[in-house]
Design a protein around this ligand. Structure first.
Ligand SMILES: [Zn+2]
Length: 185
């Protein structure tokens, strides 16, 4: 067999493998959809009191798996149409993936306002600190909690500006890592 023939066979094998992967990604999308539909009747109310229940822990885990399945499914749909959709399709695909990733962090505003009023901290300061902390979790490696600074686990009123400005910054090694990651984007 000549070289052109071998290349043609290799290309057709790769196409079959890609087609199989796309088919499996369709199954992942279906599994994500089934989880989405299945959790609706048992979903606890979106209130602060639900957060510490076992049902909430289960639902959050299932949602995480659902997002993973959806991401695999959408990747398959995108791979199937990559040539037709062009750069606009790429932008849509990346934006969708980014939005799911960003939604892995969330803030309960009623908890923030309750803490702010009971410790007499301006809500704007507390909310800014909480958001910085959660963004830290998204950008830093796992187990990002530190004994000091904005990534500390337990907070109290004396930590907050304007009483003690600068106490809730990122520790130097985490700040360095965040700067490196921001430069890479
Ligand atoms: Zn944390």
């Amino acid at each position: 067999m000549n070289t052109t023939g071998k290349i043609a066979i290799r290309e057709s094998k790769m196409k079959i493998k890609a087609a199989n992967l796309i088919r499996w990604s369709g199954l992942a999308a279906m599994a994500g959809g089934i989880i989405f539909a299945g959790i609706q009747p048992v979903h606890p109310p979106d209130v602060l009191a639900s957060v510490t229940t076992g049902a909430w822990a289960l639902i959050i885990t299932l949602k995480w798996v659902m997002c993973l399945f959806f991401l695999i499914g959408i990747s398959g749909i995108y791979a199937r149409q990559v040539e037709q959709t062009g750069w606009l399709g790429l932008v849509g695909y990346l934006m969708l993936g980014l939005s799911w990733w960003l939604q892995t962090a969330y803030v309960f505003i009623d908890k923030v306002t309750a803490f702010a009023s009971s410790h007499r901290i301006p809500v704007k300061y507390l909310l800014a600190c909480v958001l910085a902390h959660e963004i830290g979790h998204l950008l830093l490696p796992a187990n990002a909690h530190r004994p000091d600074g904005i990534m500390r686990d337990g907070w109290h009123s004396a930590l907050f500006p304007p009483r003690t400005p600068g106490v809730l910054g990122f520790p130097p090694e985490q700040a360095r890592l965040l700067r490196l990651r921001a430069r890479r984007q």
